[in-house]
Design a binder for this molecule. Structure first.
Ligand code: ADP
Length: 447
């Protein structure tokens, strides 16, 4: 400020001195006036430069440029310019901070396992993350500012948004849903700000499938138990109400025993499955000899064969190299006997059944059951290990099958890191193989 007045004084003094020197008499006031006018002119020019600098368009980038291109002005205008520059710098810093916070926030939303869409008051997309783009088939950049109703054409979804009752969620098919691979999305909107909406989407396909499987499972179990239960209840009623001869009574009692045996097998298999699902994975500390496993299977298969087929089967059991297998002995035994028993149950009498244990060249161990039975058509192979899936329903029931045998085998294989391979030719026979990883196989000698 002092500089400003000093400049005024210098201008006035110089003007006055010149006037007084060159125009004695009234030259002094004219000189002073001229000096003041000169000062006014210089001051006006400085102000003009400052105004020009400030009037430039004030986008964030211009503000930054302005801060850098601050004019070098003398006196008070220089100070004004300097203060404006400092203010701009502070603004820039605050803008940078809020930008980086916004980016962090968006990165967090981007990392969300759910789809996130922000809608403005008119229902136009303001922002969406990649998961939402995938769920609804958006282009996360191109579709910004597009109305959501133009992109998601599902009537249930549009009714949900229009209704404005966001206390519940709406379930709609995903953008990539096809009849062969259905995708189900659960969408939940919440209102915020001035009628804006936050939309969260969740892929619930697996959940829905699990729920459907649970329902099917309960229905199947009920159905499987109901049939023998009805038979037993019917016989009990007959025995209670009719005066039967001894032979008849015994026949009925035998049928009742058969049906209760069927229920018992079913309950046992269900318990085995639930144990397999609920217990920790078997480690590699417990070892069981392949010969022991094969001997147990042979004994069981022999007994079953003579029970089901009067003329028996041609059964061979062969362990190429005696070794040990790591895992849960009772689980492995149950899987092996399920495969061998199936071969016996489905192969007609006099058929050939070959069971073997082989250590493969890469150290893996293969348990193989091959039969000359009826074989299985290719379309059934992929579904054989599903619970209660049966190809030959009547043969399964006749021979005491529960429809859970191969499901148990698959579980045991998975828990031991083994592969279950099934190959079959209709009319020629089937081959079931369980291949254990090399880490679970060791020669018997090193035990
Ligand atoms: P089940 O108790 O009915 O035998 P599984 O789960 O053990 O149930 O087998 C599923 C179905 O696979 C059986 O119902 C049967 O139709 C078929 N299957 C299993 N093993 C054989 C086999 N060795 N030969 C022919 N069909 C078989």
């Amino acid at each position: 400020m002092i500089r400003r007045w000093l400049l005024l004084a210098v201008c006035a003094f110089t003007g006055g001195a010149i006037g007084w020197t060159f125009m004695p008499g009234n030259g002094l006031p004219w000189g002073l006036l001229l000096g003041v006018l000169l000062w006014q002119l210089l001051d006006g020019l400085a102000l003009q430069r400052l105004l020009r600098w400030l009037r430039s368009e004030q986008s964030h980038e211009t503000l930054l440029l302005m801060a850098r291109a601050q004019p070098q002005l003398p006196g008070v205008w220089g100070e004004v310019a300097d203060r404006v520059r400092r203010l701009l710098k502070k603004c820039d810093q605050q803008y940078g901070d809020s930008q980086s916070r916004l980016q962090e926030f968006l990165a967090a939303l981007q990392a969300s396992p759910n789809g996130v869409v922000l809608l403005d008051a008119q229902g136009r997309i303001e922002w969406c993350n990649q998961i939402a783009a995938q769920h609804f088939g958006f282009d996360a950049e191109r579709d910004i500012q597009q109305h959501i109703a133009n992109l998601v054409r599902e009537p249930a979804f549009n009714a949900y948004l229009a209704q404005g009752d966001f206390s519940r969620e709406v379930v709609i098919p995903g953008y990539f849903s096809t009849p062969a691979r259905p995708v189900k999305l659960s969408v939940h909107a919440s209102a915020y700000g001035d009628n804006r909406k936050l939309m969260l989407s969740r892929d619930i396909t697996a959940l829905e499938q699990a729920e459907a499987m649970r329902r099917d499972f309960v229905a199947n179990v009920s159905h499987e138990i109901r049939t023998p239960l009805t038979v037993v209840a019917g016989f009990i009623e007959t025995l209670q109400n009719l005066p039967l001869k001894k032979a008849e009574r015994e026949r009925y009692l035998a049928l009742m025993a058969q049906q209760s045996q069927r229920m018992q097998s079913l309950v046992n298999d269900l318990l085995t499955l639930s144990r397999l699902e609920g217990s920790p994975l078997p480690g590699a500390t417990e070892w069981v000899a392949s010969t022991t496993l094969l001997a147990q299977c042979e004994q069981e298969a022999g007994a079953l064969s003579s029970l089901l087929a009067p003329q028996g089967h041609c059964l061979t059991f062969e362990a190429e190299q005696a070794c040990e297998l790591a895992g849960n002995a009772s689980e492995i035994r149950s899987a092996f006997s399920n495969l061998v028993n199936n071969a016996v149950r489905y192969t007609p009498e006099n058929g050939v059944i070959a069971v073997s244990w082989t250590v493969l060249a890469d150290g893996r161990g293969e348990f193989r059951v091959e039969d000359s039975g009826p074989g299985i058509a290719p379309q059934h192979l992929a579904r054989l290990t599903e619970r209660f899936y049966r190809v030959d329903r009547s043969r399964s029931r006749e021979t005491g099958g529960t429809g859970l045998g191969l499901a148990i085998v698959k579980h045991v294989a998975q828990r031991h890191g083994a592969e279950l391979k099934i190959s079959s030719q209709l009319g020629r026979g089937s081959c079931f193989r369980m291949i254990f990883p090399a880490v679970r196989v060791r020669p018997l000698a090193s035990a």
